[in-house]
Design a protein around this ligand. Structure first.
Ligand code: URP
Ligand code: ZN
Ligand code: ZN
Length: 471
């Protein structure tokens, strides 16, 4: 098995940084060595990577992506091949996608079908959450089975999207009670979809059909109300661990913070789009342009305080994780389905490639520390979702490594750095500090010198254990 020494860099973890060399043996981290000490221990590595002046951090873990998701009358544009390759380009070495059970489907069959879609396609390691869209005796039984046998330890439910993924409160409570017994984590898309549908119909009846009305019909009250309700249901279900996905609004964050102060097992994530993009600068662009940024929860106004509060939430650990909710749709033939009717624009935007870059920019802007960047983008998502060998650089961990160059910049845009299967970039024109230098996935260099060296099929399915904050 080949040995690799990453030498001369600053190794950054969730708790600190130090000058150190990282020794990789095969697919695992073998040792973290004092700088220059490898020779003294008689180590002659097969490959040496010079990380002088650079940060050496765990490979990113993006805990919320949707490759090839059938949604909104189409299918998200990245499949497991293109999406996981773009992830690698972005310094992400593990993705967690979803298997979907909708009404009438069998949970185990839905999971098996998702395995077939992903097998042999991925460039980096991958895992699955299970979406539960039809709660009944069989699906509840299957939830327990998945936790005990399949390495699927988290379940996503939806308070939004009536008629698609939506579950009512009774169904959510029953699934939460089941998770409370098995130890699983419940993930919630917290928006009041029933009320939103009323606002959408009223907006269209008035002739307000441009993309920006997507956000105006999903006000923050309907995100915070659903967040509050999900928290209460989780408490009734025995304080089951609850993880609110893609949080965009200050009021919703307040609900999470209050629950945490009460000692409830409530966690939340946000995504780069909610930290940087807004109704005014993106969703409300003239004509149909804004469709690029139709996602749910929606972008919010830059004149309110959401972005400031979300950064604060990340610093204070009210928001534990940054994921992307990567769900790309091209303008052509996909977003275009909603010309003249914003409710028909497929919800989602792409960003799996840019999370490490966009959140590192938060470090440069003074919104968080370097250590917190590693914690929210690598270490906590791994611990949250039971990825035991991911998210840390320590002996025995998988050799998933990102060498990050802080001395240069990254220009993001469709004609600049862009490897996702989209015909536009959600972050067009952003120029951020720092750059993905080298990416290693289980010991294999997949990106170096602006060159792709990985391969489809290298990525393996990873079974997950229970959430490491509760169990
Ligand atoms: O707009 C979004 N977020 N699309 C993906 C599906 C979801 O709700 O996560
Ligand atoms: Zn969602
Ligand atoms: Zn999502």
């Amino acid at each position: 098995m080949a040995t690799t020494l990453i030498q001369g860099g600053t190794v950054v973890s969730a708790i600190g940084r130090r000058e150190a060399d990282v020794l990789i043996d095969g697919e695992s981290i073998a040792a973290i060595l004092a700088p220059g000490h490898a020779a003294a221990y008689g180590i002659t590595p097969d490959v040496v990577i010079d990380a002088t002046g650079k940060y050496v951090v765990p490979g990113g873990v993006d805990a919320h992506v949707h490759m090839s998701l059938p949604f909104g009358g189409t299918v998200s544009a990245d499949d497991f091949d293109t999406g996981s390759r773009a992830a690698a380009w972005g310094g992400v070495t593990t993705i967690i996608d979803f298997a979907s059970q909708t009404v009438g489907l069998d949970v185990r069959e839905a999971l098996a079908a998702r395995h077939v879609e992903a097998a042999g396609e991925c460039h980096v390691d991958y895992a699955f959450h299970q979406i539960i869209g039809d709660v009944n005796e069989e699906s509840l039984e299957a939830m327990t089975y998945l936790v005990e046998n399949e390495g699927i330890t988290s379940f996503k439910m939806f308070m939004a999207y009536p008629g698609v993924f939506y579950s009512d409160d009774g169904k959510i409570l029953r699934a939460m009670q089941n998770a409370s017994e098995s130890g699983a984590l419940m993930m919630m898309h917290a928006e009041n979809g029933i009320a939103i549908d009323v606002l959408v119909a009223q907006s269209l009846a008035r002739g307000d059909s441009d993309p920006k009305y997507h956000s105006y019909t999903r006000p923050e009250e309907l995100e915070s109300e659903a967040t509050h309700r999900a928290i209460k249901l989780a408490r009734v279900a025995g304080n089951v661990p609850l993880y609110i996905v893609h949080m965009s609004a200050s009021e919703a964050l307040e609900e999470v913070s209050r629950a945490q102060h009460m000692g409830l097992n409530v966690f939340a994530e946000t995504c780069p789009q909610y930290l940087y993009l807004s109704i005014e600068d993106h969703l409300a662009q003239p004509g149909f342009e804004g469709a690029k940024w139709v996602c749910s929860t929606p972008l919010r106004s830059k004149h309110e305080h959401h972005q400031k509060d979300l950064w604060k939430g990340l610093r204070m650990n009210e928001l534990a994780v940054v994921s992307t909710d990567h769900c790309p749709f091209c303008m052509k033939d996909q977003k275009e389905l909603g010309i003249g009717d914003f409710s028909k624009i497929p919800n989602g935007m792409g960003g799996v490639e840019h999370r490490m870059e966009m959140i590192y920019q938060g470090v440069v802007m003074g919104e968080m520390t370097l250590e917190r960047w590693v914690e929210t983008c690598c270490t906590t998502p791994a611990r949250m979702f039971g990825l035991e060998k991911k998210g840390v650089l320590e002996p025995g961990a998988d050799a998933d490594v990102l060498v990050w160059d802080p001395n240069t910049k990254t220009k993001i845009g469709i004609n600049d750095k862009h490897h996702m299967a989209m015909d536009h970039s959600s972050y067009e024109g952003f120029e951020v500090d720092g750059k993905v230098d080298t990416v290693i996935s289980r010991g294999r260099v997949v990106v170096a010198n602006d060159t792709y060296l990985g391969a489809k099929g290298h990525g393996q399915f990873v079974k997950r254990s229970l959430n490491k904050y509760i169990h």
